[in-house]
Design a protein around this ligand. Structure first.
Ligand code: FAD
Ligand code: EGU
Length: 471
């Protein structure tokens, strides 16, 4: 039997390098289109691994990420394994908890387990007959123009593989991106922020969640911040963000407790002093890096997606969501240009770079703002104002986080609109102030108050007060 010609021409080999969240999802996207997909991951298969080490245990999944999962038929399954968070719960220093909803009833984000999500995505990719998974394959070198790659195995052996298209999904320290750096006219910047993060586990108490489960718990303390997301096993993973220099100051168990007593006193009985002391010294604080680059492609043979293209600091909960949206955007352009890589790749760079740079900037901006002056009162106030304006003018004033989290408004458009809205709000405030001033003056001029009347009424008031007292 002969295959139709179109099917034949599709038999191009796509090598996805990196089997993390974005790589595994991308394998599904390319497999669905009928390409011969080869996925290469440096680590062993996490589905068989006993210990899964790596960054952050759980992640906030929102609209953009969900839409991407929907494209490959995985949305329902992943959503069912996530915990909805309808609101933030702000913890004040005095232990008071205040919820602030994310939006209307149906608007919530999900806390998902990173390892579980990764496993589901790998399994989904594997179910396509045209995908091949290669674990224990660490990309050592590649030629982005010819598509030739060299991998090293744990036993030291090397393997060479050639592909029509290399898709670099190998994370923030991408080996594929190294090839871009050697070229002319490649823009690149990376910034390490002074903060590190550390994860602490809050175990269930009497078999139940130690805090209310359907919230993203936040302890905003200016330079220090803690965030907790619920897990399916009824634990919470608390992530402590703090400058490295402060992490280094705390060297004994007693100092840990002292520090928590001062800034997060309500969490000590919930985490438990012993667990706290143990967890704190289990791993050193992890660094956070922001990476921006341009372009995302080389010729018609190599393209970057996910953290490899744009690592963002986690202060908008968008890193994975943006990486997942990369996959949809690429897929849409593949439709537009009939899978012609020589047209698709430049277009992907043209369309996607401004948006990824916008979310990288937003995340960094939010980091700076939170660090500078966000305590629990300020956080509550700002979110209240956002929500109130949105409630009364839902068509005009949409909070920035709403556009970012609950829509697919292009990130750079969301930023533009946010600037415009701020202008409108400021003008509105100024106008109201001027109107009040002018209106007040006008009324006073039009009806000048009779001084005698004012005194008389003051006398009357006095009489009434005296009358009240003698009653
Ligand atoms: P990675 O997940 O890093 O995967 C890269 C893969 O490539 C890995 O499996 C790695 O082993 C493999 N690899 C690396 N080098 C090679 C090589 N040379 N050869 C072969 N394979 C290689 N995002 C959200 O959307 N919501 C959140 O709430 C959120 N919270 C976060 C909290 C923290 C503390 C941090 C640090 C990040 C958070 N993020 C969040 C961001 C999110 O973790 C990343 O954006 C996401 O993991 C990116 O996926 P990726 O597949 O591009 O990269
Ligand atoms: C940080 C670490 C609250 C998971 C940004 C909000 C985050 C997450 C916020 C982490 C914050 C900060 C938003 C979401 C989310 C808020 C958001 C941050 C998930 C502006 C596992 N952030 N995060 N903004 O609005 O849009 O609630 O580690 F504290 S989810 Cl820093 Cl929506």
């Amino acid at each position: 039997m002969e295959r139709p010609a179109s099917r034949q021409s599709r038999k191009k080999v796509v090598a996805v390098v990196g089997g993390g969240l974005v790589g595994a999802l991308n394998a599904c996207f390319f497999a669905k289109r009928g390409f011969d997909v080869e996925l290469f991951e440096s680590r062993e298969d996490i589905r068989r691994a006993k210990i899964v080490k790596g960054r952050s245990i759980n992640l906030a999944l929102s609209h953009r990420g969900r839409q991407a999962l929907k494209h490959v038929g995985l949305e329902e399954k992943i959503v069912a394994q996530g915990i909805p968070m309808h609101a933030r719960m702000i913890h004040s220093l005095n232990g008071k908890q205040s919820p602030i909803p994310y939006g209307r009833k149906g608007q919530y984000i999900l806390s998902v387990d990173r390892a579980n999500l990764n496993k589901e995505l790998l399994t989904a990719a594997e179910t396509y007959p045209n995908t091949k998974m290669n674990f224990d394959h660490k990309l050592q070198d590649c030629n982005a123009e010819t598509g030739l790659m060299t991998f090293v195995r744990l036993d030291g052996s090397k393997e060479q593989v050639k592909a029509h298209l290399i898709v670099g999904c190998d994370g923030a320290f991408s080996a594929i991106r190294k090839q871009f750096l050697r070229r002319s006219r490649f823009d690149y910047s990376q910034t390490y922020i002074p903060h590190g993060y550390m994860e602490l586990t809050m175990l269930p108490i009497n078999g139940e969640f130690a805090m209310k489960p359907n919230y993203l718990h936040i302890w905003p303390r200016n330079t220090f911040m803690m965030i907790a997301l619920p897990n399916l096993d009824k634990t919470f993973t608390c992530t402590l963000f703090m400058p490295f220099e402060d992490f280094e100051k705390i060297t004994t168990g007693d100092e840990v407790i002292e520090f928590f007593q001062k800034y997060f006193p309500d969490t000590i009985p919930l985490i438990g002093a012993d667990t706290l002391r143990r967890d704190y010294f289990r791993l050193p604080a992890q660094a956070m890096v922001s990476v921006k680059c341009n372009p995302y492609h080389i010729g018609d043979t190599c393209v970057l997606m996910g953290d490899a293209a744009h690592a963002v600091v986690p202060f908008y909960g968008q890193g994975m969501n943006a990486g997942f949206e990369d996959c949809i955007v690429f897929d849409e352009i593949m439709d537009q240009f009939n899978e012609d890589f020589s047209a698709v790749l430049p277009e992907y760079t043209r369309v996607r770079v401004p948006d990824d740079h916008a979310i990288a900037d937003l995340a960094m901006y939010n980091y700076i703002e939170m660090r500078a002056h966000v305590n629990s009162k300020w956080f509550l106030f700002r979110k209240y104002v956002d929500n109130i304006l949105y409630f009364f003018m839902p068509k005009t004033i949409i909070p920035l986080y709403t556009m970012v989290t609950f829509t697919r408004t292009r990130y750079h458009e969301a930023v533009k609109r946010w600037h415009w809205q701020n202008k409108v709000i400021n003008r509105g405030l100024l106008l109201s102030a001027v109107a009040a001033l002018l209106g007040g003056s006008y009324l006073l001029i039009k009806n000048p108050p009779d001084i005698n009347k004012l005194i008389v009424s003051a006398e009357k008031m006095w009489d009434r007060l005296v009358a009240l007292r003698t009653l």
